[in-house]
Design a protein around this ligand. Structure first.
Ligand code: M6R
Length: 615
């Protein structure tokens, strides 16, 4: 949520900041703004709407720029998405500019205090108070980093702040608490950003900022301290992807590119995790085998698409390890006093590694003594940093708001964890593990084959663009796939879409069926537990008898479904538990094409942001 960029170096800051904001626009697109140091003062521009609006404004009214600047792309929390509420926010003298991500919970009382002292605040945001407080502190200490430390100690809530002051034109200062901020270190230049994507074109050398830390950036280097002023230990790392991976690469949308990258993402996530003997070697899982053997419960916490990956993981974990597994929305988890102890393994799944609800859930779990294993796609992010162990997915940067390749790689990681638990606990024989691993290794090619046959799915999606509702049904692991298909359609096509467990139909949802209503049905393999297959074939007949237009996703060779399918989407035959890896792909393509046909912005759906860093 909200993208932040800061730069100090030798280049024109405005260019660097705007290019960085372009890469971060997926984080929020309600407004955008910049502040650059020039001619002894601050020059700013802010505009409601997408970054394009700001660029137009700058084309009409160019800013002169020095080599220091900050920028922001906003996902609105406090105050409507207007020009006035757009960041950066300034103090009354126009000497300090600040950009912010998060929520300052005590802003109302700080605002009242400031008003009493004669400050005039012009926006409805919580952020503006920080600009005024910084100006006050700076007037006595004449040191922006110190002013930031003093102000941060007074703030409650979650925040990333980045500020500049006209009286310290070679300095950018950042601070973070419960909200992401990374430092990029170049040759004679330094960057601050919510995500490395903002500076990856300039440097792949990054520093993680810890909780409650302030960073001071100068051309010659970077200084990190705690809010208390004590020097902090810093962890540097090398970003293992490059700028080309965060570009569209000839595709119209990032989402299309990311869907197409799935075979590679799946293969990369398996890479190096299986040794020559076929055993799993999950080096990053730093929870000892003996501890894992002691676990008597697994709890998975996640949000949105990652939650759906967790729902699928439950089937694999319970089947392969016989450990009870609960899956919970991270946003609900800690508010119901869950039963946790040192024998509970908590798995937190997150693409971004910054989702606030998931972060809070894992903190709660660790406070109760549970071990937390993160499954994450973003190196250096907060969730893996605060977990006991991490298994990174290797999907590469996912820019489109709708999660696709991250989901498939989360599934792969979950299967690996489930098998690993089976391996260390001895509930799976080595040859059984190897058999599943062989199937998993094939899944990358299977996904490729699905992608090669998507033209009819795209045509079908276009033909349904005028519809108001689409329902999705599944059983067993097909149920979370149905939920994921519905979520994709909601977020991209803004249509009423719902996923149901097919067995629940007769308990209510069947009343929704009417003439020509599109219903997508994910059919389990007839080769697996055939009872599942037979039951869903009956469900298809029931809805078809009531007028539904059935869109059936079934594996190659399953002829039983043919008479009942108005549209048949074939997927390669896979073991039942692994079917989501191939069954989800047509649903991603379907949602993307339908959204495009409706004229929606595929990569930046309305009201959404890629990374949800507020609760
Ligand atoms: O970064 P995370 O995986 O923690 O994000 C969780 C959800 O916000 C995310 O999956 C969201 O549901 C996607 N936009 C769905 O496509």
């Amino acid at each position: 949520m909200c993208g932040i960029v800061g730069y100090v170096g030798a280049r024109p800051a405005l260019d660097v900041v705007l290019a960085g904001l372009k890469r971060l626009e997926y984080r929020g697109y309600d407004s955008a703004g910049v502040a650059v140091l020039a001619d002894g003062g601050l020059a700013t521009a802010r505009k409601a709407g997408k970054l394009l609006n700001l660029e137009k404004e700058l084309a009409e009214r160019p800013l002169s720029t020095g080599p220091t600047g900050i920028g922001h792309t906003r996902w609105a929390t406090h105050g409507a998405p207007t020009d006035t509420n757009a960041h950066p926010h300034l103090d009354n003298a126009g000497r300090v500019a600040v950009v912010h991500n998060g929520i300052i919970e005590n802003f109302a009382c700080l605002r009242a205090e400031l008003a009493e002292r004669g400050h005039e605040l012009s926006s409805e945001t919580d952020t503006e108070v920080v600009a005024h407080l910084l100006a006050e502190e700076f007037s006595s200490c004449a040191d922006l980093a110190e002013a930031m430390r003093l102000v941060c100690r007074r703030l409650e809530g979650a925040f990333t702040l980045v500020a500049v002051h006209a009286d310290e034109p070679d300095v950018v200062v950042g601070a973070r608490r419960n909200s992401p901020l990374v430092v990029g270190v170049g040759d004679g230049e330094a960057f601050l950003a919510s995500d490395v994507a903002a500076f990856i074109a300039h440097t792949r050398s990054a520093i993680e900022l810890g909780q409650d830390q302030v960073v001071e950036l100068r051309r010659g280097g970077v200084l990190v301290t705690g809010f208390d002023g004590r020097p902090a230990d810093v962890r540097s790392y090398h970003v293992d992807w490059d700028a080309s991976m965060a570009e569209k690469g000839g595709y119209d949308y990032f989402m299309l590119k990311e869907i197409a990258e799935q075979p590679k993402a799946v293969a990369d996530t398996l890479l190096g995790r299986i040794d020559a003997s076929g055993s799993l070697t999950l080096d990053e899982v730093r929870i000892g085998a003996s501890e894992l053997r002691e676990m008597d419960k697994v709890v998975i916490v996640a949000c949105g698409t990652a939650f759906h990956a967790g729902l699928i993981a439950k089937y694999a974990i319970e089947h392969w390890t016989r450990i009870p597994c609960e899956v919970e929305l991270a946003s609900e988890f800690r508010y119901r006093d869950p039963i946790l102890d040192p024998r509970t393994l908590v798995i937190a799944i997150s693409q971004s590694g910054e989702t606030m609800d998931t972060l809070m859930a894992l903190r709660h779990a660790r406070e109760q003594g549970s071990k937390v294993l993160a499954i994450c796609n973003t190196n250096g992010s907060t969730i893996p940093r605060e977990s006991d162990a991490v298994l990174y997915t290797h999907a590469g940067p996912e820019v489109a708001v709708a999660s696709t390749k991250a989901f498939l790689t989360q599934l792969v990681a979950c299967y690996l964890v489930a098998l690993y638990l089976g391996q260390v606990r001895g509930t799976k024989w080595g040859d059984e593990i190897q058999a599943v691993v062989r199937e998993l290794s094939r899944s990358s090619q299977d996904v490729e084959r699905v992608l090669d046959t998507m033209e009819p799915v795209r045509a079908l999606a276009r033909s349904l663009a005028h519809k108001g509702t689409v329902l999705f049904l599944g059983r067993h692991v097909g149920y979370p796939v149905a939920l994921e298909g519905a979520l994709k359609l909601k977020e991209l096509a803004y249509m009423h879409a719902e996923g149901f467990a097919a067995g629940e139909l007769k308990h209510g949802p069947i009343a929704l069926i009417e003439e020509d209503l599109p219903v997508v049905v994910v059919v389990p393999s007839p080769r697996g537990r055939s009872v599942l297959h037979d039951k869903i074939v009956s469900n298809i007949q029931e809805i078809r008898a009531r007028g539904a237009r059935t869109i059936v996703i079934a594996e190659e060779g399953d002829e039983t479904v043919v008479p009942y399918a108005d549209h048949l989407i074939r997927i390669p035959a896979t073991p039942t538990l692994l079917q989501p890896l191939v069954a989800t792909v047509p649903l991603q393509v379907f949602a993307c094409e339908l959204a495009t046909a409706r004229g929606n912005e595929v990569d930046q759906p309305r009201n959404l942001a890629k990374s949800v860093t507020v609760e």
